[in-house]
Design a protein around this ligand. Sequence first.
Ligand code: FAD
Length: 618
Amino acid sequence: MAAPERLLVRVPPLGDFEDVEVIEILVAPGDRVTAEQSLITLESDKASMEIPSPAAGTVVELSVSEGARVSEGAPILVLEVSPAAARGAQAVAAQRSAEPAAAPRDAAPPAAERARPAEEAPAERRAPSPERPAGARPAPRPVAPSAGERLRADVLVLGAGPGGYTAAFRAADLGRGVVLVEREPVLGGVCLHVGCIPSKALLHVAAVVRETEELAGAGVAFGAPRIELPRLRAHKQAVVKRLADGLVTLARQRKVHVVQGAARFESANRVRVEAPGGATTVDFDHAIVAVGSRPIALPGIPDDPRIWTSTDALDLEAVPERLLVVGGGVIGLELATVFAALGSRVSIVELLPELLTGVDADLVRPVRAALEARCEAIWRGTRLLELRAERDGLRARFEGQGAPAEAAFDRALIAVGRTGRADEIAAERAGLRVERGYLTVDAKQRTSQPHIFAIGDVSGPPLLAHRAMHQGKVAAEVIAGLPAEFDAAAVPNVAYTDPEVAWAGLLEAEAREKGIAYEKAVFPWSASGRALGLRRPDGHTKLLFEPGGGRLLGAGIVGAHAGDLIVETVLALELGADATDIALTIHPHPTLSETIGLAAEVGAGTATDLLPPRRRSQ
Ligand code: FAD
């Protein structure tokens, strides 16, 4: 047998990139690697890319370290390979690179197009991307199944939203063989592509627009904003893409087998995945259903491109002159905030008497006041009777006090709620019960079939990404035999309106409805030096305690950055903290977080920033 040879592996051509950071070394001396196995991960401000091995072999020594900055041709590591593998690597490198290999034993690995071994990732589908520099290794997309392919999984995860990818990654980290099936050609689900992330990127823009307007009152005027819609859209998409590419890297590093296609159960241990390229079946020991939710359609609404779902609105196809938002819930109000800031004349119609139904009235009032100032109209307690798509626009008919009988709009956004997708996966063939689109689960996330789990939106409300992620971990850990349960003391809710509203644990409305006794402690932001300095006194922090100085039961905050502030109260709820615990926790001055400490002081009777203090503690 011929003696092994040593191959110096170098950084391949990186297109326009130079001086890129090594963010991760994926192998160590002594490791056996296969051809195309990722060796290191590079990250620039635009993309992350993995550098694959040009040949199978054993890592002898590393030539780079994490944090180093490299360009094309920089040495990565020395690999011990068979002479045939060395020749193969050089041939491919010579073919792919405009530059000849620097030395007989040097090899720059090829750019991405070379196929990976079938057992690792068959037939990767790679969408050309205008944002990716020429020559850089594109992040692989989920693989489309080849017709008739059969797979087996310890853990099959259906849906790669925040619930699904978290469950898949945790299960892989716990040593399980995982197949992750996703209908779309990208990972990340509603939250990443058409939900939390793009909406928050746009809400940030709305907040800055409002802040600059607000500063005029302090003698600093910027003039009207000039909105370049294509650039704003590109910014939003770049944020999404960066995170989506990161998910692909994380999946690959964990050897999670990603399959693209729509899955439906065939039995309690098999699904069939349909994709344009063919169908495959996956047999599984355990399954985690994480197929999420879809918008509820209003009956009688015509199918017209000017009538939007939240997905269409986030596409930013246009900033309509007049926009009707149907539904005064979190999604409707967030998007109303965005489009009002971008220049639309927004009207909101809500069937129920108040916006953000179910949230305490004192928390909603400042949001409504702010929206009333920025929107053309808010019609509460009003029913949309009809929406007609006409050549020159949309015509809506209303029934409700204060609303016009009829009005014209350029676009309408229907945001009247969402429902689970459990009715789309032939759940009955697996023996699962579906109730109004949802799968019911126990505290271990088990459905009526103990080896099939459901997490995230498809397991019912509240439909929140952070809840989905936590449930995903619980399901994976239960499958791995760990003593996990979803027993969170509170799941925080945030409406990223302006001002934001955030709440966790008990709400006053709920306490009254259920007859739960509580004591309320409120700190108005008009007494916060920081809020005044920010010109944002339009908020307050409210804490609900057990009577007699007991534990925290719930918290509600309305004001700028309420969504970031609420987390302290969630921790307090988890730890069973009382008013004194929170009041004695030193909060930095002057911050908005201080309002939580000050509200707790009100509850403990020790507040000195407000008069008169209640005397309970000394
Ligand atoms: P999803 O994210 O819905 O993912 C499910 C995945 O399953 C999807 O990728 C889908 O393509 C795939 N799938 C569906 N059917 C199949 C099938 N048959 N086979 C294979 N794959 C399938 N939540 C927050 O916590 N904070 C926010 O700020 C926030 N903002 C939002 C803004 C908007 C506009 C919207 C619409 C939602 C927002 N949400 C927010 C809610 C959040 O997006 C969801 O709670 C979260 O995405 C649920 O995660 P999930 O994993 O359960 O499902």
